[in-house]
Design a protein around this ligand. Structure first.
Ligand code: AHM
Ligand code: MG
Length: 283
């Protein structure tokens, strides 16, 4: 596993360089979800593929930017599912973007995720690593290397509200839930990039990020293997919760297809309990 984490650190530095120097225009292709790919999406995907291809414990790679599974080593142990540049459409307006990694052992489903990591490319490069044994560890890049900052632990209740999805297409009960949080004094913190938005909640001690099912996207937008399950693991390891609109733990998701999506809610305990109540799924 250490060789995987070391590779993630090297990849982070290279992707940061690509963000700062590469063409921000569109490529000629679409990804599996039918979204136009930027040249930068393709470049970051290539950087990751090249970095992992000689790591023998990596059995396969599954990328948000590619269809299917790329087998690297038949006798490898782990499959790495990754989103090379989440929020890439924010790069041209110079907002923060990120890379997300889920490391799975065996069948690709929530309960087989053994570690997760994400990188935020903002004014600085930051990295969170989480394994089953520990609370997430926070690192910051310093001249090409990563300094350990601290362990990340959520409070029981936070102050931040990051409500995703197109409001016009929210359900009535979701709108009421979001409005009630603001009426309670929660502050809006939403950039449109799930990595910096969730990073802010993790580092500031709590709050909630939601990306619900909507009338135009009943299963939400965010992809289970690359986005939802790795962040669900981060939040649970930090002492918070991560559930879908039925109140089910996102770590129990079993995607039928690598690019399946799910409504998702990540937060500290108070907000997720309030969400379950608002959705009538209180456990
Ligand atoms: P991407 O992987 O194509 O960049 O999409 C994921 C991003 C998330 O970072 C963010 O939370 C969400 O899309 C916002 O989407 P929208 O603005 O379409 O609601
Ligand atoms: Mg993404």
């Amino acid at each position: 596993m250490l060789s995987i984490f070391d590779t993630i650190k090297k990849v982070a530095i290279k992707i940061d360089h690509a963000i700062k120097t590469e063409d921000l225009g569109y490529s000629d292709s679409e990804n599996t979800s039918g979204e136009e790919q930027l040249k930068l999406d393709v470049k970051c995907d290539y950087i990751i593929e090249q970095a992992f291809k000689d790591i023998s414990i990596v059995k396969a790679l599954v990328s948000e930017e590619k269809e299917g599974v790329l087998v690297l080593h038949d006798d490898g142990k782990y499959t790495i599912c990754y989103d090379p540049l989440d929020g890439s459409s924010l790069a041209d307006v110079n907002l923060s973007v990120g890379t997300i990694f889920g490391i799975y052992e065996g069948e690709l489903k929530g309960e087989n995720l053994v570690a997760a990591a994400y990188v935020v490319y903002g004014p600085r490069i930051e990295l969170l690593l989480a394994t089953k044994e520990e609370t997430p560890l926070h690192y910051r890049a310093n001249e090409g290397l990563f300094d350990f900052i601290k362990e990340i632990k959520l409070e029981e209740k936070g102050k931040l509200n990051a409500p995703g999805g197109t409001q016009q297409n929210w359900s009535g009960h979701h709108k009421t839930f979001v409005d009630d949080l603001f009426a309670e004094g929660y502050r809006l913190r939403y950039s449109g990039g799930m990595v910096p938005d969730l990073h802010q909640i993790l580092l500031k001690g709590g709050g909630i990020f939601s990306y619900p099912g909507t009338s135009d996207k009943p299963d939400g937008k965010l992809r289970q293997l690359f986005e939802v399950i790795p962040f669900a693991f981060m939040f649970e390891q930090a002492g918070g919760q991560a559930v879908n609109d039925k109140g089910m733990r996102l770590m129990e998701l079993i995607p039928a297809h690598p690019h399946d999506t799910s409504p998702c809610f990540f937060g500290s305990n108070y907000e997720i309990n309030a969400l379950k109540e608002a959705y009538g799924v209180k456990a």
